[in-house]
Design a protein around this ligand. Sequence first.
Ligand code: GDP
Length: 518
Amino acid sequence: MGFKEEIEKRKTFAIISHPDAGKTTLTENLLLFGGAIREAGVVKGRKTGKFATSDWMKVEQERGISVTSSVMQFDFDGYKINILDTPGHEDFSEDTYRTLMAVDSAVMVIDAAEGIEPQTLKLFKVAKMRGIPVFTFINKLDRMGKEPFELLEEIEETLDIETYPMTWPVGMGPSFFGVINRRKREINPYREDEPLKFNEFYELETPHKIEEDVAYQTAMEEFMLVEEAGDQFDEEKIARGDLTPVFFGSALASFGIAEFLDTFVDFAPSPKANETKNGGIVEPTDKEFSGFIFKIQANMDPRHRDRIAFMRIVSGEFERGMDLTLQRTGKKSKISRATMFMADSTKTLDHAYAGDIIGLYDTGTYQIGDTLTSSKHIEYVDLPQFTPELFVKVSAKNVMKQKHFYKGIEQLVQEGAIQYYKTIHTNQPILGAVGQLQFEVFEHRMKNEYNTDVIMEPIGKKIARWIENEDVITDAMSTTRSTLVDDRYGNKVFLFENEFALRWFQDKYPVVKLYSLL
Ligand code: GDP
């Protein structure tokens, strides 16, 4: 394959969903389809901690996170597909959001019985902000769930996106018969093998006993309605993230996956161009290598206490042993240890292309958002900062350890592990996070890497708002219910207890213009 073709063939995406919607099961079935794994249970198996050898891993193991399956590549129909994991539950963190900065599309998995859940919504908003295509897989049709029209309406209203069903379910739960494949004009039966073709009048070409079935008749009527009155298929809208192709199926039964993959590879974008800080654009097919770091994972290998920096390749081709310049410092170094992540292993990498994610061994050199290039002098735009929802006051247990304490905080903040704030006048350090695990990881790493025990106390604040017009702020506005702090860049931020406190503040000080980050 030529250089351009290699890049064209790459599809890099993340699955966004609420815990338990079926992300792991779907991932596994995609890998099965791609022949990357031979049996189900491999991805899940990771959660039991096969690789749990270090203290760090123990924290992760307790939490049931699978570090090693952060990125998985598989082949399908000549395409190289990269799936990036977005952790859920309490392990939800800024990393989860940042992962969406490194993909070209997202697949949203929805539990048919639950509809849109909070974490799906949060992640969808980030995908929306990036304007990337979102594909929807409505899962667990083998169980009773909401009606298909109700689900589509919920997606359209909650997420403000048009829907285009690529498949339509016939029945659900015990009466689940299968899905109508809109492109292929056939019904893929759940329990039988042979697809049933239908003609332009929605009549089956070969009469079948299912035609008498109520579920079948209802589904066909609904489907005709969708075709007549539903949104039009529009590739450009899909590309902009304004319309989501929708699939129905059961990840557990590996049903509806083929329909999904066929369409996904046709309409999901190949690697996109990226914007630089000075407004330039770098195309993926640019021969010169470039990439950016979007995630840093500590202590993958306990014997070396090192880290792995995850880099999204933006342009060019990576070759083992190549010299790359870290643009922030101007330092050049030979990259002899890079990893490619496969479904059930990591392998030392020889070649990788724009769109791929590679892991670089790191001994503290890299930061989130860093650009590395083979020769260009460019830096990619900063990754966005996200509004934290959890805050703690932090201090060193041993006052003699202040130096280590601040050094540790500085490093971990630079890595993007945690957000740092301090109260005005009193300079009390405050940490912000989007997920509880970030605090635990912080505490653990401060002890292990910076030899500092920390004390963290919740401060009873949930909402952070930045200020457009800082000049109107007075000291009197900072109270226990609306605490004024500086962020790490010196911007003023108010921390509020709850929505009520926020509204109260806005009513009292309408002159203050507040805003939130993503
Ligand atoms: P995740 O938290 O989103 O990764 O969800 P999992 O893939 O771990 O699935 C959560 C639970 O739902 C597990 O018990 C799965 O076996 C189950 N599950 C996943 N997909 C389906 C499905 O299509 N049908 C049914 N009935 N259960 C499913």
